[in-house]
Design a binder for this molecule. Structure first.
Ligand SMILES: [Zn+2]
Length: 452
């Protein structure tokens, strides 16, 4: 009965919900610099209309985190919704069909704008869920807690990282959903139980500059970099063998559930090679040299060259052994000293390594035994009228802050939108997907918090 009321309310009030979502997109919260306060104030005002308790935690310049509580009790089960308020920059505005902060609706079907997929759609749906449950005054025993965070696009330390250590610290969390877009085209909706880690190492070769007509008395830093690049694949032999959280066979069986038969699945795999790429990306670590910069003038031997090695780690794979192995490779296989620039060593020919991004992956080990997760799965299947599948996020998100220090290992990612649209020009989300996600969050929160 209550569930029918929830669904009916969402259908009847959908125009209001779409408008609230558009308002969030229209708030500039481009990070850097962030300005998440703009979004937080709109969220706060929306929740206060129905008397939901919210706490705003300002920091920096016009930045904030927010926590809202559906009830006043913390003795029962607690369900946490997490969504980030910041977005990546839109890039060149002229490349967009519609201005990136306009939240333009097209054909009554799609909403365009920066952050529609990543992830103001998911955030709006979570905020709306609190309001619906409050307005309907549904009987629940536990608490639904919303954590709207800053800083996710830059690493999350001041957003989810801070929230877990501060306002959430003493609240026991029984289950958490992060509302990131979780459809992986060409597949339907996924529920993500893990995420990859991300390590970036800046490699700087330092040589000796000189006249390009007399290269023998200089040391060309670009050539030094090239020697390193040539040996880079040997890194795989020097690091501990990474253990994927699941085998490729297991991954195939997880994806297989969305196809009517194994034959159809095999055929689609052949037709869509990118599908295999997605599967491989979550069962293996990868590395790529993604940036290179060197040289000052056509007739000068360069004394410096910079490269960036971008490494995607499997959950549980640590970054230190990779940095150590890279150092060993450069020293022993290529033959250059690795040290800091300000060291007292007199040699001018050396290599510097600097870790510029280091976020570990995370994984919920016991997801297959969770009844709560099965409940979420069945609700997604009902609402979306299609079987979802369990998977890992090939990128990285904030889940590591909730999972890795034991705060709430039972954290999943599920939300409206398509992974591919995130960070892209003409980012958009389907309105129907957005409305369905409100239904999933509301029904799940109601059932999860009703059965104690
Ligand atoms: Zn995101």
């Amino acid at each position: 009965m209550t569930e029918e009321l929830i669904i009916r309310k969402i259908d009847e009030e959908k125009e209001k919900y779409i408008e609230f979502f558009r308002k969030l997109v229209q708030c500039d919260s481009i990070n850097p610099p962030g300005n998440e306060m703009n979004v937080a104030l709109v969220v706060e005002a929306f929740l206060k209309e129905v008397g939901i308790k919210t706490e705003l935690f300002p920091f920096g310049n016009n930045r904030a985190n927010l926590v809202a509580y559906l009830t006043n009790t913390f003795n029962g089960k607690n369900l946490l919704f997490n969504g980030h308020m910041d977005t990546v920059p839109p890039g060149t505005e002229n490349d967009w069909k519609y201005p990136p902060l306009s939240a333009t609706i097209k054909r009554n079907k799609l909403i365009f704008g920066r952050g529609t997929t990543d992830m103001k759609g998911g955030l709006a749906a979570m905020v709306i869920t609190l309001k619906i449950l409050k307005e309907l005054d549904v009987h629940i025993d536990g608490n639904l807690i919303l954590n709207a965070v800053a800083d996710e696009e830059i690493g999350g330390e001041f957003g989810t990282g801070w929230s877990v250590e501060n306002p959430l610290k003493n609240i026991k969390c029984n289950f958490a959903i992060i509302g990131e877009a979780s459809a992986l085209s060409p597949l339907p909706k996924a529920i993500l139980v893990g995420e990859k880690g991300h390590l970036q190492i800046k490699i700087t070769t330092n040589g000796i500059s000189g006249h390009s007509g007399m290269p023998s008395i200089s040391k060309n830093a670009i050539y030094m970099m090239s020697e390193i690049i040539e040996k880079l694949d040997k890194l795989d032999e020097l690091i501990p063998t990474p253990k994927p959280p699941m085998s490729l066979e297991k991954v195939k069986s997880l994806i297989g559930v969305v196809f009517p038969s194994r034959e159809i699945f095999e055929r689609i795999m052949k037709e869509q090679p990118e599908l295999e790429g997605v599967m491989l990306s979550i069962t293996s670590y990868s590395k790529a040299l993604t940036m290179i910069r060197g040289g000052v003038k056509e007739n000068v031997i360069p004394d410096s060259c910079e490269g960036v090695l971008d490494v995607r780690l499997l959950p549980n794979q640590k970054s230190e052994p990779i940095v150590d192995a890279l150092k060993k490779l450069i020293e022993e296989d290529v033959g250059y000293e690795v040290r800091d620039k300000d060291s007292t060593s007199p040699t001018k020919i050396f290599v510097e390594l600097e870790v510029i991004c280091d976020s570990e992956g995370s994984y919920w080990d016991e997801w297959e035994d969770s009844e709560d997760l099965k409940l979420l799965y069945s609700i997604v299947e009902d609402i979306y009228e299609k079987k979802p599948f369990y998977f890992l996020l090939p990128g990285s998100a904030d889940a590591r802050y909730l999972r890795n220090k034991g705060y709430c290992p039972q954290t999943v990612l599920f939300g409206p939108g398509e992974g591919r649209s995130a960070h892209a020009v003409d980012e958009h989300v389907e309105i129907q997907d957005f409305l369905r996600s409100i239904k999933v969050y509301s029904i799940f929160a109601y059932r999860f918090l009703s059965k104690n």
